[in-house]
Write a protein that binds this ligand. Structure first.
Ligand SMILES: NC(=O)c1ccc[n+]([C@@H]2O[C@H](COP(=O)([O-])OP(=O)(O)OC[C@H]3O[C@@H](n4cnc5c(N)ncnc54)[C@H](OP(=O)(O)O)[C@@H]3O)[C@@H](O)[C@H]2O)c1
Length: 237
């Protein structure tokens, strides 16, 4: 096992499956202690077991991004247990897709914005103080190419990701003076259960591909950082 991240603590949201699970495994394989956070504890425990079987260190932590106190409790627990957070990956996200905006219920809008945009804001608010105190850290937000391109029948999802891009670039300027780097990764379609379309799964971007980009971002040499990575499948499906 490589040890590039040995001694570092990484918190990954939405680590129960898909891209988040792949990011957790990748960072653990580089020596980080990974806090896997999501709602489904059974799935998190499974990811944790897989990491441990490969010789890594992971913890499963309950997190509901729609619940402010759940976020505050996670931050308190990480601070009490580790006294540090070196890497925060805001990966968790949901999409209510395939509906014109006029047919989207306000409750669906709120759930998407709450998870995809307010969630990362609250996570940064809760965890950045630990990074500022250490004068070191990296935050990676997982956005989407739909945060750059028009996405008919997914306007609210798209808006949440455009918002996440703006949040990333702006808070990056606030945290730069504290030696905390903030980046955003914007993948196209990734082969997870997120989308109902399972067509051409092997031609899609794979979760491990996104995880490798996150690994690259958090191991960038200290004098520079990458603001954004756009990811596309090599073969158009
Ligand atoms: N798959 C794609 O094609 C694609 C493309 C571009 C960008 N993305 C973005 O990549 C990220 C991960 O997507 P994915 O494909 O891996 O999705 P996924 O397989 O559906 O996994 C989503 C993860 O988010 C967690 N989550 C959802 N709501 C949550 C909440 N309220 N609190 C805490 N955790 C919550 C889920 O766990 P629980 O349900 O257990 O909480 C799950 O672990 C998302 O932000 C998505 O927008 C995906």
């Amino acid at each position: 096992m490589a040890d590039e991240l040995k001694g570092q603590v990484a918190v990954v949201t939405g680590a129960a499956r898909g891209i988040g699970a792949a990011i957790g495994k990748q960072l653990a394989s580089m020596g980080a202690t990974v806090v896997l956070a999501a709602r489904d504890q059974a799935l998190l425990e499974q990811v944790k077991r897989e990491i441990e079987a490969a010789g890594g260190v992971a913890e499963a932590a309950e997190l509901d991004l729609l619940d402010e106190s759940s976020i505050a409790n996670l931050a308190k627990a990480v601070e009490a247990r580790h006294r540090r957070c070196d890497i925060l990956v805001n990966n968790a996200g949901i999409g209510v897709l395939g509906k014109p905006l006029t047919e989207l219920a306000p409750s669906e809008w709120d759930r998407m914005m709450g998870t995809n945009l307010r969630g990362p804001y609250l996570m940064i608010r809760a965890f950045a103080p630990l990074m500022i105190a250490a004068q070191s850290g990296h935050i990676v937000n997982i956005s989407s190419l739909t945060g750059h391109n028009p996405f008919p029948n997914g306007a609210a999802y798209s808006a949440s990701k455009w918002g996440l891009n703006g949040l990333t670039y702006s808070v990056a300027e606030e945290l730069r003076p504290h030696n905390v780097r903030v980046s955003v990764v914007a993948p196209g379609s990734v082969n997870t259960g997120f989308s109902t379309s399972n067509k051409n799964g092997d031609k899609k971007i794979q979760p491990a591909d996104v995880a490798r980009v996150v690994a690259m971002l958090v191991t960038q040499s200290p004098q520079s950082f990458v603001s954004e990575v756009l990811m596309r499948p090599t073969q158009k499906s």
